[in-house]
Design a protein around this ligand. Structure first.
Ligand SMILES: O=P(O)(O)OC[C@H]1O[C@H](OP(=O)(O)OP(=O)(O)O)[C@H](O)[C@@H]1O
Ligand code: HPA
Ligand SMILES: [Mg+2]
Length: 172
């Protein structure tokens, strides 16, 4: 079955926003090196686009976590599918996500990464759905706040589909 998808945030708006986030992050980390952590799978498009607009030296590592399975609602259990390859000890870490919804995933990740003695841990998310938050997490860089709708595109999936849409859409 094919779902109907309406555009919520256009490709141009998304790309412009990520560019400005990259410029802000470059200013904030001037004189430092940055270690980006891409949260797979959803964070992959935002991470790649953001990295292109960051001008301080950076490295990238990948962690794969999952809590939604194929549904619209978080299972509440965050499962590590793939851990980081490299140590983050002493590094300035920036976690890059596609969305913060309940907050379960980022809360779990921040708590986990903080046990590994990084110099700092900050969060950048393309989308923030504040109405759905059940766990408090401090987010440092937000692209867009969105209403309580299930969105797809730019890394976000519904049953593993639609991640490749170059815009943010809403399933109706
Ligand atoms: O704030 P939360 O309620 O935790 O929701 C946000 C998380 O859910 C999605 O990932 P998902 O677990 O579906 O895995 P995926 O990235 O592989 O699609 C999304 O990419 C975030 O990582
Ligand atoms: O709105 C969403 N869409 C896709 N995946 C998600 N994971 C959390 N929220 C969402
Ligand atoms: Mg994800």
């Amino acid at each position: 079955m094919n779902e109907t998808i309406n555009v919520l945030i256009s490709e141009e708006e998304v790309n412009k926003k990520i560019q400005s986030l990259g410029e802000q992050i470059s200013k904030d980390y001037a004189g430092k090196e940055l270690h980006l952590i891409c949260v797979l799978k959803g964070g992959v498009f935002a991470t790649c686009e953001l990295a292109k607009h960051i001008s301080v030296p950076l490295s990238i590592d990948f962690m794969s976590v999952s809590s939604y399975g194929d549904g619209f609602v978080s299972s509440g259990r965050v499962k590590i599918i793939k851990d980081l390859d490299d140590s983050i000890e002493g590094k300035d870490v920036l976690i890059v996500e596609d969305i913060i919804d309940s907050g379960n995933t980022l809360k779990y990740l921040v708590d986990l990464l903080n046990t590994r003695k990084p110099n700092s841990v900050k969060i950048c998310t393309l989308l923030d759905k504040p109405d759905r938050r059940t766990t408090d997490v401090a987010v440092d860089y937000v692209g867009f706040q969105i209403p309580d709708k299930f969105v797809v595109g730019y890394g976000l999936d519904y049953m593993q589909k639609y991640r490749n849409l170059p815009y943010i859409g809403v399933i109706e």
